[in-house]
Design a protein. Structure first.
Ligand code: SAH
Length: 479
C-alpha cells in the first residue's frame, strides 16, 4: 500500500493490498475489507489470504485482482481446466464444489432477507448437479481472426494465420477469441470436434469472420448433444455456402471418433453475431437430435431453446412438480412456459395444463412437442403475460388450481404479481433463475397473503455463480 492510501485508509488504483477474503459476493467475486472499506476481489476463494492489485476505485468500494495467494483457503482446489482464469466461463472452478453449493445457498438466503425482508427464509440445501463437469448439452464457440494471446505467447506469433482462432470470447473483449482445446463442461467427443474443426479450417486457410470488417467466412461452431440419446449435432455457421470445402469437412465429421449424428450448416450474411443461419443446409442426418426430459422426447433443431443441463433440469422439474402437490383433477397454468417442457413434464399427472409464452417459435415447438409425445391435455397460448393476465385473453381458460411461473431474470412484472395475487389460487410454484427478483416478487406476493413455505436452490450451472430456485408458496385463506 502506498503512503497516502495508508494514511487515508482507502485504497487507490494500483495499490497492492494484503487481504483476508471473507466471503463470496454476487456475480462470482469475493469480498474483503480494508478497515470499513469494501474491496471486491476477482480470483479469490473465501478463506484465502492474498496480495491483490486495485484495478478500480469507486466511492463506496474498490475492485481488485489476486496477484498472489499468500495462504490458500482450505476450500481452494486445483481447477480442472487449463483455461481457467482467462476464460470467463467458470469463475468458481478453483473453489471446492461443496463450497460453491454453500455460497449459492447463502446468496439466496441473503436476497430473501435483504431484498424481500424475510426473516429466516426457509432455504433448503442446494441440490448439487448430477454431474459437476460435462453437464452442458450445448456449447457455442466462435471463430475469430484475432486470437487472444496468453502472456507466454506474446511475441511468438508472427504470422496472421496464427491468429486464426476458434474458442470462447475473452470476457469484456468481444473481438478477441480464446483458444479452447478442452472445455470441461462438454463431452470429450465435443472437444475432439472443436479441435478437429479448428485444425481443418486453419489448414485450408479459410478466414474467420471479422466483427470489425465484416469479412471472412467462418462464424460459429455450435455443438449440441442429447445426454440421454447420445445423439450429437454440429451446427456450423458461415457467411457463404462454401461449396468447395464443405464436402471435405462433412467427410471428416462422419468419422466415428466424433460420433456426430447430424451436421447442419447455417449460412447468413447478416452482420449480427448470433449463431443463427438465414438458410440451414443439412449435410447429413436429419438436422435434429433427440433428448429426453422425464417421460418425454424432444426434437431439438439447431437454434431451438432447450435447458442446457439435461439431467439437472429433470431434477428441477421434479422438484417443481412435487412443490405443486399435483392431483389428477388439477388445472395447471404454466406461465413463461418456453417450449413447454414443464407443462409436458407434468401433463400426464393432471387434468389440463395451460402454457403462456411470448415467443412464437417457442409456442410452435411446445405444440409440436405435445403432439410428438401424444399429450392432448395441454393448451399453449402465445401472448405477453402482462397483457394476457390483465385482459380477457385467459377469461375462457379453465381456472387454475396451481400456477407455476418461470420468468426470465428480470422476474415478473408487478401487474402479473398483482393478477396472481388477486386470482385466489392457493398453490403457487415460482421457478427462478435470479434470487434478487424472486425475493422482490415473493415480498409482493406476501402482501396478497402468500406464505413462502420452502425455497429449494438447484445448481444447474456448476462452477458459475448462477443459481436456480424452486419456491413453494401457498395462500391459506383464499377467498
Ligand atoms: N419454463 C421454460 C422457459 C423459461 S425461460 C423452461 O423451463 O424451459 C423464460 C421464458 O419467458 C422465455 O421463454 C421468454 O420468451 C418468456 N417471456 C419473457 N417475457 C415474457 C412475457 N412478458 N410474456 C410471456 N413470456 C415471456
Amino acid at each position: 500500500m502506498t503512503e497516502t492510501s495508508l494514511q487515508t485508509g482507502t485504497p487507490r488504483r494500483g495499490d497492492v493490498l494484503e487481504l483476508d477474503i471473507e466471503k463470496a459476493a454476487f456475480e462470482g467475486r469475493c469480498i474483503a475489507h480494508v478497515g470499513d472499506f469494501v474491496v471486491f476481489v476477482d480470483g479469490a476463494v473465501p478463506g484465502d489470504r492474498v496480495n491483490a492489485t486495485v484495478l478500480r476505485k469507486k466511492k463506496q468500494f474498490a475492485e481488485a485482482r489476486v496477484e498472489e495467494v499468500l495462504e490458500a483457503s482450505p476450500y481452494r482446489v486445483e481447477p480442472a481446466c487449463a483455461h481457467f482464469g482467462v476464460c470467463g466461463g467458470c469463475k468458481w472452478q478453483h473453489m471446492s464444489y461443496e463450497q460453491q453449493l454453500h455460497w449459492k445457498r447463502t446468496h439466496v438466503t441473503d436476497a430473501f432477507e435483504r431484498i424481500g425482508d424475510f426473516t429466516d427464509p426457509p432455504v433448503q440445501e442446494t441440490l448439487p448437479s448430477v454431474t459437476p463437469f460435462f453437464y452442458r448439452n450445448k456449447m457455442e464457440f466462435s471463430f475469430g481472426e484475432m486470437r487472444w494471446l496468453l502472456p507466454d505467447e506474446l511475441g511468438t506469433v508472427n504470422r496472421d494465420a496464427e491468429l486464426f482462432a476458434l474458442g470462447l470470447h475473452v470476457p469484456k473483449r468481444y473481438d478477441r477469441i480464446l483458444h479452447i482445446d478442452e472445455c470441461h463442461l462438454q463431452s470429450p467427443e465435443s472437444n475432439r470436434i472443436l479441435n478437429a474443426t479448428r485444425d481443418f479450417f486453419s489448414r485450408h486457410g479459410i478466414p474467420a469472420f471479422s466483427t470489425r470488417t465484416h469479412e471472412g467466412d467462418l462464424r460459429h461452431l455450435v455443438i449440441r448433444e442429447g445426454k440421454h440419446s447420445g445423439e450429437r449435432m454440429v451446427y456450423l455457421v458461415t457467411s457463404r455456402r462454401m461449396e468447395d470445402i464443405m464436402p471435405e469437412y462433412t467427410a471428416l465429421l462422419r468419422h466415428e471418433e466424433f460420433a456426430v449424428s447430424t451436421l447442419v450448416q447455417g449460412v447468413t450474411t447478416r452482420r449480427s453475431t448470433v449463431a443463427i443461419g438465414e438458410e440451414d443446409i443439412v449435410h447429413f442426418g436429419d438436422g435434429t437430435i433427440r433428448e429426453t426430459l422425464g417421460r418425454n422426447v424432444f426434437r431439438i433443431s439447431p437454434t431451438s431453446f432447450f435447458q442446457t443441463n439435461t439431467l439437472q433440469a429433470e431434477r428441477l422439474y421434479a422438484l417443481a412438480a412435487s412443490a405443486a402437490e399435483l392431483s389428477a383433477d388439477d388445472v395447471v397454468w404454466d406461465l413463461y412456459c418456453g417450449t413447454g417442457t414443464i407443462s409436458l413434464f407434468l401433463a400426464r399427472d393432471v387434468r389440463h395444463v395451460l402454457g403462456v409464452e411470448l415467443n412464437e417459435g417457442a409456442i410452435r415447438d411446445a405444440e409440436k412437442n405435445a403432439a410428438d409425445n401424444a399429450i392432448d391435455n395441454t393448451t399453449f397460448i402465445c401472448a405477453d403475460i402482462v397483457d394476457a393476465i390483465t385482459s380477457d385473453t385467459l377469461r375462457d381458460a379453465p381456472a387454475p388450481d396451481v400456477i407455476i411461473t418461470d420468468p426470465p431474470r428480470a422476474g415478473m412484472h408487478a401487474k402479473v404479481v398483482d393478477a396472481i395475487g388477486r386470482s385466489g389460487v392457493r398453490r403457487l410454484v415460482y421457478v427462478s433463475c435470479n434470487p434478487a427478483t424472486s425475493a422482490r416478487d415473493c415480498a409482493l406476493l406476501r402482501e396478497h397473503g402468500y406464505i413462502v413455505e420452502a425455497i429449494s436452490p438447484v445448481d444447474m450451472f456448476p462452477h458459475t455463480y448462477h443459481i436456480e430456485c424452486v419456491i413453494r408458496l401457498r395462500k391459506e385463506n383464499a377467498e
